[in-house]
Design a protein around this ligand. Structure first.
Ligand SMILES: [Zn+2]
Ligand SMILES: [Zn+2]
Length: 247
């Protein structure tokens, strides 16, 4: 299978190991037509608003001389029970695409959120799968994609558990993509049957932190074949994904 692009890549601007130029060259040699640089959210210790604005300028320079189409995005963090994320509307103006995910390194916006949602998710996965917890997370996730212009939900069902059918329906209504994240295919497979009860679209991403994994989607190909997902995958073959935030 060929893929149009890889839309979830970290570089040495946050906690990735490779430079933007190295990744662009590797992606071009690998045959990708488009890539997106998507560092961690600004509450992550490895990134900041200052870096986001500087990287935006730097990527604009690279874009001008690159054969590969380059997008600039961010993998923002879910930080509050009402679906708040750690990038302001003002700073979202720099982005071509917005990914949102739950991460243990981004502290919640208030102590209440810390105790009710964040702590169980990072400390005790068994507890965090309980019904009451899962129902609250479902509402949090739905509010998040309804109130923010989210393009992609990154690594769903990883640490932060919710009702997949309800969230997938909200994704369909809002045009939000579910990520098939190469590093977390096992957890997406756990909820795949529920997701497939809807028309939700999906995107395959490497979540790469080093050169060797950019665009390497072999493991996802097996899943795509096994579950017949081809028509749902927006970056498969010559399909060029469209993002809400694309300027
Ligand atoms: Zn992530
Ligand atoms: Zn990531």
């Amino acid at each position: 299978m060929n893929f149009y692009g890889d839309y979830h890549i970290h570089t040495d601007w946050s906690d990735g190991k490779s430079t933007i130029r190295e990744i662009e060259a590797a992606a071009r040699n690998f045959g990708l037509k488009e890539i997106a640089f998507t560092e961690h959210g600004i509450r992550n210790p490895a990134y900041s608003v200052k870096k986001l604005i500087k990287q935006f300028d730097y990527i604009n320079e690279i874009k001008a001389e690159s054969e590969t189409s380059i997008l600039f995005g961010n993998e923002a963090d879910l930080i509050g029970e009402n679906g708040e994320i750690d990038i302001s509307i003002e700073n979202q103006r720099y982005l071509d695409l917005l990914i949102v995910g739950f991460h243990q390194f981004a502290f919640p916006k208030s102590p209440k959120d810390w105790f009710r949602s964040y702590l169980p998710a990072i400390m005790n996965p068994f507890f965090s799968k309980r019904d009451s917890y899962r129902k609250r997370n479902t509402q949090t996730m739905i509010k998040c994609i309804e109130k923010n212009s989210v393009d992609i939900l990154s690594h769903p069902n990883h640490r932060f558990f919710f009702e997949p059918l309800d969230v997938a329906k909200a994704c369909v209504d809002t045009g939000t993509l579910i990520e098939l994240n190469i590093k977390h295919l096992d957890v997406i497979e756990e909820i795949l049957d529920e997701l497939l009860k809807t028309d939700v679209k999906m995107i395959v991403s490497s979540d790469s932190h080093e050169l060797s994994t950019v665009g390497r989607f072999e493991e996802a190909e097996k899943l795509i074949e096994r579950y017949g997902l081809s028509s749902r995958i927006v970056n498969l073959g010559d399909k060029k994904p469209q993002f809400k935030n694309h300027k």
